[in-house]
Design a protein around this ligand. Structure first.
Ligand SMILES: *[C@@H]1O[C@H](CO)[C@@H](O)[C@H](O)[C@H]1NC(C)=O
Ligand SMILES: *[C@@H]1O[C@H](CO)[C@@H](O)[C@H](O)[C@H]1NC(C)=O
Ligand SMILES: *[C@@H]1O[C@H](CO)[C@@H](O)[C@H](O)[C@H]1NC(C)=O
Ligand SMILES: *[C@@H]1O[C@H](CO)[C@@H](O)[C@H](O)[C@H]1NC(C)=O
Ligand SMILES: *[C@@H]1O[C@H](CO)[C@@H](O)[C@H](O)[C@H]1NC(C)=O
Ligand SMILES: *[C@H]1O[C@H](CO)[C@@H](O)[C@H](O)[C@H]1NC(C)=O
Length: 574
């Protein structure tokens, strides 16, 4: 008997998934029901298929309704028309795992995704498509974007993964934060936005599309907010018929080489999230809920392999407290308010100079209130409905019955945890290491020669992070002291002159280029310069260098570009 009951409950739960998804000014509507949804971003390739079930289970236990993920084009199509959906790339398996645990999926197809991912997710071979201009009203780009988007949508459809087919996917995203760069595309920008929206909508997924940070997202695409403080900054949807959706609520921030971990507090995250819901926000996504690991060479320039370790689930999938627990309590408190939140009449009024109430009043007794103290320094005592409430600085109190405080964002009840590490394997014993000596290549040994300095990504096609640049030249003079100056758009440079190491230099995440400047001594006869240029992750821009060798008034200009032009001598260069 019990078993039978269990079975039917399960059946009901999974049936609850199917259904067309629409929206109105209040929220997404799934199966005819308005929804307030909490979503957590988890990227399938940043963890392993073995860990997906437990990550999703922990997200569900934390009170989430939706798992949101990007789709990683260059991971799936590393060579043109050669697709790979195996192992960590198995997006269908990931989505089915989310479905099996009864959660929804939001699929951010992009296919430009940024995401601190190599080349923003675009395959490197796209660079070689003739006349292509990325993310613009450009035929070749639109063709390839259409091709990949269609490929993914068809794959989802054939697995019946859209909610309209009974699957878990309730939302999809096209493009990503395009408005930030749109002006740079001049008159090619706006038609591209219109095209992207129409192309996506034309794929007839039966679920809505969003564009994030795109205030002019064309109907019926929903413009969504990304950022840390959407609770304060989002001006709202661009139509009264669209819901307020927050696609990236940053739980901390990604970390770069040489940077400090970003510690966004549980209080701050819940304050912004509660404020967003108080202002009729209906969808909050935490970016990231689990960051995980940038395996292999998938991180973009200077980004660490560890991704959003400070998220509610840390890099290893361990619950990070109090973040996870405090968010869980927020979700539970807001779920207690659902009825008035979704059906009640919304009103807002001041409780003090920096204090506000957001109230949702339904029929009869239904009432939920959010009491907000925007003062970031002082407690505030406020009066609301004949009661007195003490509000901590910069906080939201949630009253699911307009009387009793169920949750305050600044009062963290969850205990802090610390993570202790113990060595499982020692990697420092000499027998685990081997040393290799690579000879310094010089110009005589190169087979690939060009009349200009080659741009690094075009040369390596992402097969390697390393590229040697070598050249030789004749020199005869009393003077031996010269300065070698290299301006690099790559990330690290090691320089050798006549087989001798003369120094290294590197840039940083925030710098666009760096310079190496070293004194070198030259010999009479043939001199060899060998430069090992290293990339620490694919950036979104060109990577190359210019270099010059200067001495007094004499400059040898090896690029005919950036160094002031000078004597062009009998140089041979690669
Ligand atoms: C979704 O909408 C289509 C077209 O209106 C309809 O045929 C279908 O039955 C709907 N699906 C569900 C699950 O309601
Ligand atoms: C706010 O009130 C709490 C408890 O009433 C008190 O512990 C705290 O120090 C006060 N904070 C400020 C900034 O006044
Ligand atoms: C608040 O007090 C006033 C006056 O005593 C009373 O009329 C009103 O019903 C009270 N409101 C609530 C919500 O209790
Ligand atoms: C290099 O060449 C210059 C000019 O021919 C000459 O004066 C100088 O002595 C040479 N230096 C050496 C170390 O041979
Ligand atoms: C090169 O040598 C000169 C003179 O010895 C010194 O003043 C200068 O700082 C050096 N430059 C670099 C880049 O090392
Ligand atoms: C979103 O992120 C911002 C900043 O990282 C935070 O203040 C806010 O509370 C977050 N909101 C949610 C719902 O996570």
């Amino acid at each position: 008997m019990d078993m039978a009951w269990l079975c039917c409950l399960f059946a009901l739960l999974s049936m609850a998934h199917g259904g067309n998804v629409t929206y109105d000014g209040r929220s997404l509507i799934i199966n005819g029901e308005h929804k307030i949804l909490f979503s957590g971003e988890i990227h399938y390739p940043r963890s392993t298929p073995q860990t997906w079930p437990s990550l999703i289970a922990k997200a569900k236990a934390g009170g989430l309704d939706v798992i949101q993920t990007l789709v990683f084009w260059n991971l799936h199509e590393p060579q043109f028309d050669q697709f790979d959906f195996s192992g960590r790339r198995d997006i269908v398996r990931f989505i089915k795992e989310v479905q099996a645990q009864g959660l929804y999926v939001s699929l951010r197809i992009g296919p430009f995704i940024q995401g601190e991912w190599a080349y923003g997710g675009l395959p490197i071979w796209l660079r070689d498509v003739p006349d292509i201009v990325f993310r613009s009203d450009n035929k070749p780009f639109k063709y390839h974007m259409w091709r990949f988007t269609t490929k993914i949508v068809r794959m989802m459809k054939s697995e019946k993964l859209f909610a309209s087919q009974g699957g878990p996917i309730i939302l999809s995203q096209i493009e990503n934060e395009y408005q930030l760069v749109e002006a740079g595309f001049g008159e090619k920008g706006p038609p591209y936005v219109k095209w992207a929206a129409a192309m996506a909508v034309g794929l007839q997924t039966g679920v809505p599309w969003v564009m994030c940070k795109q205030s002019d997202a064309p109907d019926p695409v929903i413009n969504a907010c990304n950022g840390r403080r959407c609770g304060q900054t989002f001006v709202g949807p661009n139509s009264p018929n669209k819901p307020a959706i927050w696609t990236e609520n940053w739980t901390s921030f990604y970390q770069v080489y040489g940077g400090e971990p970003d510690m966004r507090s549980a209080e701050d995250i819940t304050y912004q999230a509660a404020l967003f819901v108080a202002k009729k926000g209906s969808y909050v996504n935490y970016y990231m809920y689990h960051g995980g690991t940038n395996f292999g060479r998938t991180a973009s320039k200077y980004v660490l392999t560890s991704y959003y370790d400070q998220a509610p689930l840390d890099e290893y999938g361990l619950i990070r407290q109090p973040k996870w627990g405090h968010l869980k309590e927020l979700h539970a408190a807001i779920k207690l308010c659902l009825k008035p939140l979704l059906t009640g009449v919304h009103s807002t009024f001041h409780l003090g100079q920096l204090q506000e109430a957001y109230v949702f009043k339904g029929n009869s007794e239904e009432c939920a209130a959010f009491l907000v103290n925007n003062d970031n320094e002082r407690n505030a005592t406020v009066h609301y409905e004949n009661s007195t409430y003490e509000l901590p600085p910069e906080s939201v109190s949630i009253l699911p019955d307009c009387k009793i405080v169920a949750f305050n964002t600044a009062k963290v009840g969850t205990e802090y945890t610390t993570r202790s590490m113990k060595a499982d394997q020692n990697l420092d014993s000499p027998d685990k290491w081997e040393e290799y000596k690579e000879s310094i290549p010089n110009f005589d040994k190169t087979s690939w020669r060009a009349n200009t300095l080659l741009e690094q990504m075009s040369a390596t096609k992402d097969k390697s992070d390393y590229l040697w640049y070598t050249f030789r030249f004749q020199h005869e003079s009393l003077d031996t002291g010269f300065v070698l100056k290299v301006n690099s758009l790559a990330h690290v440079l090691h320089a050798f002159v006549n087989g001798k190491f003369i120094g290294s230099a590197h840039g940083s995440h925030s710098s666009l280029f760096f310079a190496l400047e070293k004194n070198v001594s030259l010999i009479n006869g043939t001199n060899h310069v060998s430069l090992l240029s290293v990339m620490a992750g694919l950036p979104e821009a060109k990577v190359g260098m210019s270099l010059c060798l200067t001495h007094h008034q004499l400059e040898l200009d090896l690029t005919w570009q950036n160094c002031k032009s000078a004597v062009k001598t009998n140089l041979n260069y690669l």
